[in-house]
Ligand binder design. Structure first.
Ligand SMILES: C[S@@+](CC[C@H](N)C(=O)[O-])C[C@H]1O[C@@H](n2cnc3c(N)ncnc32)[C@H](O)[C@@H]1O
Length: 460
């Protein structure tokens, strides 16, 4: 059979009618059935597109001009939206963002898990989908004249966007704190890290602010073991900003894209900041995972708790438990909760958090969930409910097997990636578990990320 070639060539300009969106938010238009993926194009629009990459079954294009615009197109409020890689969806209405995410979850359930009959509820929207992030990790660089600059990297590069004064999805306090550290460090003459030559000092400024407490933690990440002008920097920060409760110095001396180094020390204040979700208080240390959107997190955890249907006789396992957030919510209803988490600092936080809330029926262990759970099974632990909340890559296969071996009545799966969620639900179906329903929650407005919680029941 003759090999079919793509109907377009690189650098060709074509007119496209857009019909759909990819899960990353690019518009999809077809030429003789051949799809072209075009960032910033919306379904229902017609546009002129320059073809920039041609593959066998699909290609990529750059939107040159919108000739027929969608009513869902909006002006992005952020000046650097088209250069920055942080948000992908500011050019579409919030309703369209939600519809796209809802479809993404439905498609994953249908195409990956083959669970078309499972209800996917309407996504839980955010009342005000801006300024929600409680944590920022901002790279530091220098202008040609040596002045320090901070800003996110331009898309697919390590070039800092100059003149980025604010990020519209960040808590304003975090914006101000990044600028304060930049300004003081610049005046003190602390040089930025130079990635090319692996020289210089200041790599990243990380700021986390508690939603309820408004406590702020600042983490200064340097290449060098010492932080130049540390005392002056601390003095000026704490005198000017009394809401700063902790300043941590983290050392990353490797030539790497990773932000964090292994060693951290608190150079002023406490090792933690505090925050509260619902009735539960949390101490959060620098390296621990804590959900970035607190108002939506409460809605997510309430749903997880409702799906778990815990009685006072139940034993619960919370795998990937972080600082014990979900565990402590569950512990209020359960007989006993066991949490497991791989980051030792997070487990220390979880134990501290149990004490802080006078919760005595939750125990926390450091380890890889996929190794600890089979060991627990061998010890005879048979929980009534298992909660999992893994990173984007989903659950390890060993962990899924261990869950099935533990024979819980119910599983609650919290996921930040519908594709791996659907893959894992398929494996659980084969292991005797049926997915009852899925609830998407919009934890990351303006970006293509989507969070879900699924209720899963033993078929026995
Ligand atoms: C999405 S977070 C969820 C944390 C917590 N449930 C929450 O809502 O705050 C995933 C957590 O899994 C942890 N983790 C990653 N791989 C792990 C593994 N193999 N075993 C145990 N924990 C792991 C991470 O350190 C992180 O704290």
């Amino acid at each position: 059979m003759a090999k079919q070639s793509a109907p377009v060539k690189k650098n060709q300009t074509v007119t496209l009618q857009f019909e759909d969106l990819t899960h990353e938010g690019s518009g999809v238009g077809k030429i003789n059935g051949y799809p072209l993926f075009v960032p910033y194009a919306l379904p229902g629009e017609v546009g002129e597109v320059k073809v920039i990459k041609v593959k066998k079954n699909f290609g990529f294009g750059k939107l040159l001009k919108v000739t027929e615009s969608s009513p869902e197109r909006v002006e992005p409020p952020c000046d650097v939206f088209y250069t920055c890689g942080g948000c992908q969806l500011q050019h579409m209405s919030y309703d369209m963002q939600l519809e796209m995410k809802q479809n993404q979850v439905k498609n994953a359930m249908r195409k990956i898990a083959r669970l078309e009959h499972v209800p996917v509820h309407p996504i839980i929207r955010m009342e005000d989908p801006w300024r929600y992030r409680n944590k920022v990790q901002m790279p530091v660089g220098e202008k040609d004249d040596g002045e320090l600059i901070t800003g996110f990297y331009q898309k697919r590069s390590h070039r800092i966007i100059e003149g980025m004064e604010t990020c519209n999805i960040q808590d304003e306090v975090n914006d101000r704190m990044v600028e304060a550290v930049r300004r003081i460090a610049d005046r003190l003459g602390i040089p930025a890290y130079d990635e090319q030559n692996d020289t210089g000092v200041l790599r990243h400024i990380v700021v986390r602010t508690g939603e309820v407490t408004k406590d702020t933690m600042i983490v200064i990440i340097t290449r060098t073991p010492d932080l130049l002008h540390q005392e002056e920097l601390i003095k000026e920060l704490i005198q000017t900003y009394p809401h700063i409760k902790s300043i941590v110095h983290n050392i990353n001396d490797r030539k790497t894209n990773s932000i964090w180094g292994k060693k951290s020390k608190t150079i002023w204040g406490e090792d933690y900041i505090y925050d509260q979700i619902g009735d539960i208080k949390f101490a959060i240390s620098a390296k621990s995972f804590y959900q970035v959107n607190p108002p939506q997190t409460k809605k997510l955890y309430d749903k997880a708790l409702a799906y778990a249907k815990i009685s006072s006789y139940d034993t619960v396992v919370d795998a990937y438990c972080g600082i014990g957030t979900i565990s402590l919510f569950m512990a209020q209803e359960a007989r006993k909760v066991y949490g497991v988490e791989v980051v030792p600092e997070a487990v220390d936080d979880a134990k501290k958090n149990a004490k802080l809330n006078r919760i005595t029926n939750a125990e926390f262990y450091v380890g890889e969930a996929e190794k600890v759970m089979p060991w627990w099974t061998a010890q005879g632990l048979r929980p009534d409910v298992i909660v999992v909340d893994p990173p984007r890559k989903g659950c390890d296969e060993e962990l899924l097997k261990a869950m099935i071996d533990m024979e819980p009545k119910r599983i609650v799966y919290v996921s930040c990636n519908p594709s791996t969620l659907a893959r894992d639900l398929g494996i659980l179906e084969d292991g005797g578990y049926a997915t009852q329903e899925v609830q998407p929650v919009d934890m990351f407005p303006q970006t293509h990320h989507v969070e879900c919680v699924a209720q899963i029941q033993s078929k026995l």
